[in-house]
Design a protein around this ligand. Structure first.
Ligand code: NDP
Length: 493
């Protein structure tokens, strides 16, 4: 039905009837997905408007900013802090390489915070200029949908103005959620964590997803005492179990206090900081408590349900393979659809939207072989399936190749931290269907491996690829002996 509409309606040239709309496309939300979709649609000749709240470089009260979560309060500032935190261990490791660091080494949090904010302001400006140069009209304010072809914009002075559009694209992303425990208002989310006035000396983190393990590494790397509380046996549910264990081992090795199968029950304000109570009866004092317990789609104030657009039980906009909702003029991309919540995926969905609706080429996003990385220190990066998923879903045997080794740099620095790599291979076809690595530069290496997997590379092709020596990456092409052969659970008996 959606596809039929695309072919019948969108792929033909816009006819005179379209001229009565203010815009061909109005986008609500100028994050990664919204900016991509609006620019590419405008480049295909569409008249495009986009709305977003203004960006406040210091306050975390305002959730807006052209560039969205990734640029303003997500991936980019987080990665800057990860770089900052990594210098701590690099300086320690430098001693055995002959660097004399006799004088006290100080870390100046405020300086890094200032540099980070400068960079975010710069990127915010670049994003605005990209919109302008593509001919996209930017409106500052909050948008809501008041009709199948009508958006209401609540401007900064509180006045309302309506625009009509042939298509409306929802790209409002997601926001952090807090657990419902007494004293939860004393805790913060990643929004505030990226702009804290003071670096905490004692940090408590609840959760064990991307944000929890990344902030644990950041704060520990900057010298804080960090206690990480999570409800499973290992952090990072959904990733390969062996890699989760490696991350936990590394975090512990770097001095993070790991509290598995434990959750927080109450926060109490005291003169000495925040008293944190756990379900194991422990009490621990903290300067900062970070809730990294997931994110929810930003759909509350959009008025979508009253127009007949379906939301799922998490509040995400329900869309078809082309990102179209039940209402043909309304579309949605990115985290607000809760498909695969990663910036590059929102970019892909934005590109496909623009191609389908304004570019004359109906295109579905391809969710196969999406690589991802967790920027804990050292990082974890994966593409394809984990060993557990491969075994659960395979009809035939699965071959698992692993390599655990001391990275060359550690032989001199003396750091006790192994790098671990894994390839998952379908025995019958010899196809590599999963790769993972926990160790220095894992995300940089995995991007190339993702290309190989996307091309359907076999283990024999990995083996016949010449390595780059000396590097950790070459291990991926020298894993000769199979570590284990496991029968897939769907194998016929
Ligand atoms: P995640 O969904 O990754 O993890 C949430 C964590 O919180 C899980 O460990 C979960 O435990 C735990 N949790 C949820 N509710 C509770 C609760 N009530 N009590 C205790 N623990 C709880 O969310 P994040 O907040 O880490 O990240 C949000 C999104 O942002 C992710 O979808 C991710 O895609 C994206 N992101 C990506 C990054 C990257 O690409 N590097 C970096 C940062 C964020 P359990 O596993 O037991 O359910």
């Amino acid at each position: 039905m959606a596809r039929k509409m695309l072919i019948d309606g969108e792929l033909e040239k816009r006819n005179a009837d379209d001229n009565h709309y203010d815009f061909d496309l109005f986008v609500i939300g100028a994050g990664s997905g919204g900016v991509r979709a609006s620019r590419f649609s405008a480049q295909s000749g569409a008249k495009v408007g986009i709305c977003e709240l203004p960006f406040h470089p210091i306050s975390s009260e305002v959730n807006g900013g052209v560039g969205g979560t990734c640029v303003i309060r997500g991936c980019v500032p987080k990665k800057i802090l990860v770089y900052g935190a990594t210098y701590g261990s690099e300086l320690e490791d430098a001693r055995n390489y002959g660097w004399e660091l006799n004088d006290r080494v100080d870390f100046n949090w405020k300086k890094l915070l200032h540099k980070k904010t400068e960079e975010i302001v710069r990127l915010n400006g670049i994003y605005k200029r990209m919109l302008a140069s593509a001919g996209v009209k930017l409106f500052e304010g909050e948008g809501r949908v008041v009709g199948p072809n009508e958006v209401e914009l609540i401007q900064l002075d509180g006045t309302k103005i309506s625009y009509s559009a042939k298509h409306i694209l929802i790209a409002t992303g997601s926001r952090a959620q807090r657990p419902d425990i007494p004293g939860q208002e004393l805790g913060i989310t990643s929004d505030e964590a990226l702009s804290l006035e003071e670096l905490p000396k004692r940090a408590v983190i609840l959760g064990a997803g991307y944000i929890a393990v990344e902030f644990a590494s950041i704060w520990r790397g900057m010298g804080a005492t960090v206690d990480l509380f999570f409800r499973r046996e290992l952090p990072l549910r959904g990733f390969d179990d062996e890699m989760r264990a490696a991350v936990a081992r590394n975090m512990e090795g770097r001095g993070i206090n790991m509290h598995a199968q434990t959750t927080l029950t109450e926060l109490v304000k005291t003169e000495d900081g925040i008293k944190v109570r756990t379900d194991h009866g422990e009490e621990i004092m903290a300067d900062v408590v970070l809730f990294a317990t997931g994110r929810v789609p930003n759909t509350k104030r959009l008025n979508l349900e009253s127009l007949g657009v379906d939301l799922d039980k998490s509040g995400a906009v329900v869309v078809d393979d082309y990102s179209q909702t039940k209402l043909p003029s309304i579309w949605a991309i990115g985290d607000v659809t809760n498909r695969k919540n990663l910036t590059p995926v929102a970019l892909m969905e934005g590109t496909c939207f623009a191609k389908s609706v304004f570019g004359g080429q109906p295109t579905k996003p391809d969710y196969g072989h999406i690589p991802c990385a967790v920027f804990c220190i050292p990082p974890l990066s994966v593409v394809g399936v984990s060993e557990e998923i491969a075994i659960n879903e395979a009809n035939g045997d699965i071959l698992v190749f692993t390599s655990t080794f001391n990275p060359m740099k550690s032989t001199i620095s003396g750091r006790q931290e192994k790098t671990i790599m894994k390839l998952i291979v379908e025995a019958e076809t010899d196809k590599v269907i999963g790769a993972s690595m926990c160790g220095a530069d894992a995300p940089e290496i995995m991007q190339g491996i993702a290309v190989a997997l996307k091309c359907g590379a076999t283990k024999a092709q990995f083996d016949s690829t010449v390595g780059i020596h000396p590097s950790a990456a070459e291990e991926f092409v020298t894993m000769r002996s199979v570590s284990r052969r496991v029968a897939g659970k769907k194998s016929k008996i």
